[in-house]
Design a protein around this ligand. Structure first.
Ligand code: NAD
Length: 637
């Protein structure tokens, strides 16, 4: 069972967080899945409202899943966290401004990231076990996920109190503070959810609501306002220390656990936000200024270490004496160079199957561009920035785009048969492997039958092009599917040519490589002949590269060491482009030629020569330009 269950039941778009053993902590994948569902249901007339609930008794959602943030941050990769938060905040804003009712059921703990998922909808239902809190200052963050909006709107100085102490609110307190709307006894939740699913009428929530006895916060409001009115954290601490009451002592004790820098920034944020220009966008933007810097300059990594990794509960905060200079606060909250964008659709979720020499750097470039990449390779290889899945099916589940980069057509067919049933209708499969035209067309037909787009998009440019994002794609498929794939081609390459219908990309690739195989052989045998005629190789290059002997094999990839631009010949013929890959491509072109009765004698001869070289001689594992030493060694015999 996956970590999140998304479906449509009756008139309701249904989202169930399903990681009860981890208190339903929200992973990046879960956040992405919720956003995808909301985007899908926005204009779907069959969906009248959205219901979000969670499995288990203990929590709706105890926060964001921060273990990965810690690992990447420790390794100096701050971009990962920034992308995670940007995606999460965009979702929070979407829930807040969703055009249809969003009803959430908040049992047990709803904290931090859980507040972002559960407390921005139109109808927030609490029950007997509800405990809602913004505990971020305890791990060196600030209240985020739009939490500062509710804190700034809470009565009096309650926002400062809740943010700085991380106090847990039971149902009545949560309603009082503006984090929830109605109390419904939990035993009646299943019946209420069933009614919402059946009728799609949100009035059922009000009907089911019952009264609830007042909580503790209301009674504390006067003391809270008296102690939390100060301009800055230092003033608040002074007021609390000067107050002789149990409330003041308990409050100081709670604040003593939290990061002074985070608390000082929280106070400043709430002060800046309160007022007529308060909005969700402003709140998230200000929060992001802090969180984007939190790993590098804040206490976040230390906070996670103490709370979750080492569990010593003894964080070594900056400004441990709680004397936080105003300049430190200003630095954390100054505008960022890269602003948070809350507009638009999220980045794509991409499943990437086959992370070999080519696939791994291609996947890495997609992840670096901000896409969520979930990879899988049978060999267990990985790609930087990509999440790894347990299986190909898991990698493609929920993906908008799936890319395959596999060794051959049979493997592509097998993988496609495995993953297509798991791909959503409307998603697109892009196969970048070099395979036979028949396999490409057969997979295209299977995909089309399932309402899935398909583009065959083999590449040229080799490993260097894959790493540098400068590949050339030759693509086959419908104009619509090519348009869907184009933004990704732009990231992974410098050029993409739409060659025609499905299979046309592979056709272009094998025709191109048939030319390449033949010209490389022609170039190599010409150099070998030149040697025997006593002609200097450099002179031979100077003439041929500027006259009718010109070709890519001669000019850009010269097979003679020390002549022309740098090429695998200068590195003892280490590939580059391996001779056996050229053999495969020539095999594909001959297979295709036979199928359509095309006369290709040069291609056939090139295939035979590479077959001898790879299978009978020492060509396997050498670059395909190592034909030159082969010809030199053989003579005519
Ligand atoms: P590779 O062998 O390094 O990578 C292929 C990957 O696919 C491997 O990591 C393998 O473990 C994985 N794989 C195999 N079966 C799988 C399965 N069932 N499920 C998941 N993963 C599976 O090869 P490469 O050099 O990356 O080439 C990939 C494709 O790109 C080939 O079709 C090749 O012809 C083409 N190509 C390569 C180059 C080049 O210079 N290497 C240039 C252009 C095109």
């Amino acid at each position: 069972m996956s970590d999140i269950d998304i479906r449509v039941t009756g008139r309701a778009g249904r989202i169930t967080l399903n990681r009860p053993d981890a208190l339903n902590a929200a992973t990046w994948a879960m956040i992405t899945a919720v956003e995808e569902a909301l985007d899908r249901w926005r204009d779907d007339d069959a969906v009248a409202l959205v219901v979000i609930d969670a499995a288990g008794d203990r929590a709706f959602c105890a926060g964001g899943d921060i273990a990965d943030l810690y690992e990447t941050g420790r390794a100096g990769d701050f971009a990962y966290g920034q992308r995670f938060w940007a995606d999460e905040y965009r979702l929070n804003n979407k829930i807040f401004s969703y055009p249809k009712p969003v009803v959430s059921f908040l049992q047990g703990f709803t904290m931090g990231g859980g507040v972002g998922l559960g407390c921005h909808g139109s109808h927030r239902v609490v029950g007997e076990s509800s405990r809602i809190a913004m505990p971020e200052c305890g791990i060196g963050l600030v209240p985020d996920v739009g939490g500062t909006l509710m804190l700034a709107l809470a009565p009096g100085r309650l926002g400062e109190y809740l943010g700085l102490t991380a106090a847990r609110m039971a149902a009545a307190d949560a309603i009082y503070a503006g984090f929830a709307d109605v109390f419904v006894p939990q035993e009646r939740w299943p019946e209420l959810i069933a009614a919402l699913e059946r009728d799609g009428d949100v009035a059922a929530v009000e009907t089911a609501a019952t009264g609830v006895a007042p909580g503790a916060l209301q009674g504390l409001q006067e003391q809270i306002d008296a102690c939390f009115a100060g301009e800055a954290l230092g003033d608040i601490l002074t007021d609390l220390r000067g107050t002789d009451s149990d409330f003041a002592r308990d409050t100081l004790k709670a604040m003593g656990r939290n990061s002074p820098l985070s608390m000082a920034c929280t106070v400043e944020m709430l002060h800046r936000l309160r007022g007529p220009s308060l909005s969700m966008e402003r709140a998230l933007e200000l929060e992001y200024r802090f969180t984007a810097r939190a790993m590098e300059h804040g206490d976040f990594l230390e906070g996670i270490r103490a709370a979750i990794i080492d569990k010593d509960r003894a964080p070594k905060w900056q400004y441990a004496d709680a004397d936080v200079p105003l300049t430190a606060v200003a630095k954390m909250l100054q505008p960022l160079k890269t602003q948070l964008t809350l507009e638009g659709k999220r980045m794509a979720r991409i499943g990437f199957i086959g992370l070999g020499n080519m696939g791994a750097p291609m996947a890495q470039n997609l992840a670096a561009a901000g896409h969520t990449v979930v990879g899988f390779d049978v060999a267990g290889t990985t790609a930087k920035g990509a999440e790894m899945a347990e299986s190909a099916q898991a990698a493609v589940t929920g993906a908008d785009i799936v890319i395959t980069m596999l060794p051959n057509g049979q493997i592509l067919r097998d993988v496609a048969a495995d993953i297509l049933p798991k791909m959503a209708a409307g998603a697109t499969l892009i196969d970048c492997s070099t395979v036979d035209v028949d396999s490409a067309r057969s997979v295209a037909a299977d995909a089309t039958a399932r309402g899935i787009g398909f583009v065959d998009a083999p590449v040229s440019g080799g490993i260097g092009g894959a790493a540098g994002g400068t590949l050339t794609f030759m693509a086959g498929g419908t104009a619509k599917d090519f348009a869907t794939a184009s933004p990704l081609f732009e990231i992974m390459g410098q050029k993409a040519v739409h060659c025609g219908e499905a299979g046309a990309g592979q056709a272009a690739k094998i025709c191109n490589n048939m030319i390449l195989g033949a010209t490389m052989i022609a170039t190599c045998e010409a150099f070998a002949l030149a040697d025997k005629l006593g002609l200097d190789r450099q002179k031979m290059f100077d003439v041929a590269s500027t006259s009718s002997g010109y070709s890519w094999s001669m000019n850009a990839y010269c097979p003679a060491p020390g002549v022309g631009p740098q090429s695998p010949a200068d590195n003892d013929y280490t590939p580059g482009f391996a001779a056996e890959l050229m053999l495969k491509d020539l095999g594909l072109s001959q297979q295709a030629a036979e199928a359509v009765d095309a006369d290709t004698p040069m291609g056939a001869r090139a295939l035979e020569l590479y077959r001898q070289f790879v299978e009978d001689e020492d060509g396997k594992g050498r670059d395909f330009s190592a034909m030159l030493p082969r010809f030199v060694a053989r003579g005519r015999g």
